[in-house]
Structures are given as C-alpha cells and as structure tokens.
Design a binder for this molecule. Structure first.
Ligand SMILES: [Zn+2]
Length: 254
C-alpha cells in the first residue's frame, strides 16, 4: 500500500526568510508530510530555529509551538515585531531579557571584542562547547549569539540570535538593532579582553607599567580590575573611536 502524503502551506515573514532557500522566500509554499507533528518541528525542519519565531498563525489563528498540524493548514510564521498592534495573539518568544547580556560562540571572538568595546556584556571563551554555552545562557540569563543555527534548535534554549553577516561591523549593527541597544551604548567602559568594567586610575599608580612616551603625554587612564590591562586614549583609541562613531551614525540615521 502506498502512503499518500498530506499537504500544508507555509509562509515565512521578514528576516525569517534568511534561513530559507531562494525558492521558499517570501512566498507561500507547499510542504508535504506523512506523520502528524508539531508546528515547531515543521518550522525547524525547514531550517528556522524556534528562538527566531515570535508568532505563528494557522488559518488566521494564533497557536503555540506544540500545535499539531492538520491537512490543509495555512501557516504564517513571524519573527519579533518592532511594534505589533495586533492584540489577542500568543507570543512565543519569552520577553527580551531586561539587562541585555550575551554569550557568544567560539567563532565570534572578534564580534565579542567589538561588542565589549561598545560597552555590552559578552561572555566568551574560545574553548566553550555547545553544552557549556547553553547552560551558561540559562544560569546567567544570557542571550546566545551564534553562527551555528543548530545550537538554537535545542529545546532548552530560550534566548538566542543567529548572526547573519560575516563582516564584524555589520554583525555589531545587527546585534544593536535586533536587541534595541542603541540607547545604552557605553563605549570604552568595559575591558575588551575579559569583559570586566573599567575603573579610572591615577597615573602615578601605574607609571612603571606605561611606555615612557605615553606617560609623558597622556594623563587619563583606565584599568581593568580583573586582568590589570591599562587603557588610555592613544593612537589605537582613535581608530576604535572612528569605528564606534561610524556604527552610531548608521544606527541613529535610520
Ligand atoms: Zn580585563
């Protein structure tokens, strides 16, 4: 006996299309299934992690991730809306974490340093495995930043974001926009090596650690209480400042 597959239709909205092959983007497409499964399984089987989804409408009605699909369902899948004026829907994403804190996967060392430079709290170790990242994100209430969408498909994960761009400047902008961080940028407030908050320090206390040229020309210094790295506004600082200003121009311009 031949088993006849059932058919449903799906359509993904906005940036959720980033996960789909070209022919499935921004159109309603047919999906065939044999066994009845949850809508969450269908969505993830198409490559879209559940952490990216905030609203699912089936035949116009809002449903949860555990909804079991039915023959002929017409399914619309939405990401987080900037502003949503539809009431009476079931939001699937937990509320954004109030103090945005992140944990980045091992491939995002460069992004980590730039986000710290902008003042954001990013936990990162180049030896973390996926289990450690997931557990730390739960215990320390951190949002996972990753280029590996597999980790976001784990059912334990509540807060995560898949980084789209491969260029670090664009990645920083993506994170600021997605988590609406533009008004809490505090550049040069955090150690880019270890993530601790910097403290101002009297030059006399670190004089023996400074290059003589720096000691002679600069008066204001900051120090990391954790890893003891000193920071000052030298030539490297000017380069970082232009990076920060460029990012700000771009996010405040829109
Ligand atoms: Zn440090």
């Amino acid at each position: 006996m031949k088993i006849k597959p059932h058919r449903i239709h799906l359509r993904f909205y906005e940036e959720l299309n980033d996960f789909l092959p070209e022919e499935k983007r921004k159109v309603s497409f047919e999906h065939l299934y044999i066994d009845r499964t949850s809508v969450k399984d269908v969505i993830e089987s198409l490559g879209v992690p559940h952490t990216e989804v905030d609203l699912i409408l089936v035949n116009g009605k809002s449903v949860g991730f555990d909804y079991l699909i039915n023959v002929g369902d017409d399914i619309s899948v939405y990401p987080v809306f900037e502003s949503l004026d539809i009431t009476d829907v079931q939001h699937l994403r937990p509320k954004p974490l109030r103090n945005p804190k992140f944990i980045a996967d091992v491939h995002l060392g460069k992004l980590t340093r730039y986000l710290r430079m902008m003042g954001f709290d990013v936990h990162y170790k180049n030896y973390f495995d996926d289990d450690e990242i997931v557990n730390l994100s739960l215990t320390e209430k951190r949002t996972i930043l990753t280029k590996d969408r597999g980790i976001l498909k784990r059912s334990k994960v509540t807060h995560g974001y898949w980084i789209r761009s491969t260029k670090v400047r664009e990645q920083v902008i993506e994170v600021i926009k997605r988590f609406n961080l533009k008004n809490i940028i505090k550049e040069f407030s955090r150690c880019i090596d270890c993530n601790s908050l910097l403290l101002e320090i009297n030059k006399d206390k670190i004089l023996n650690e400074l290059p003589s040229k720096v000691a002679g020309s600069i008066d204001k210094f900051y120090r990391c209480p954790e890893c003891k790295k000193n920071y000052w506004e030298g030539t490297h600082y000017q380069k970082m400042l232009s990076f920060v200003n460029n990012i700000k121009e771009r996010i405040f311009d829109q």
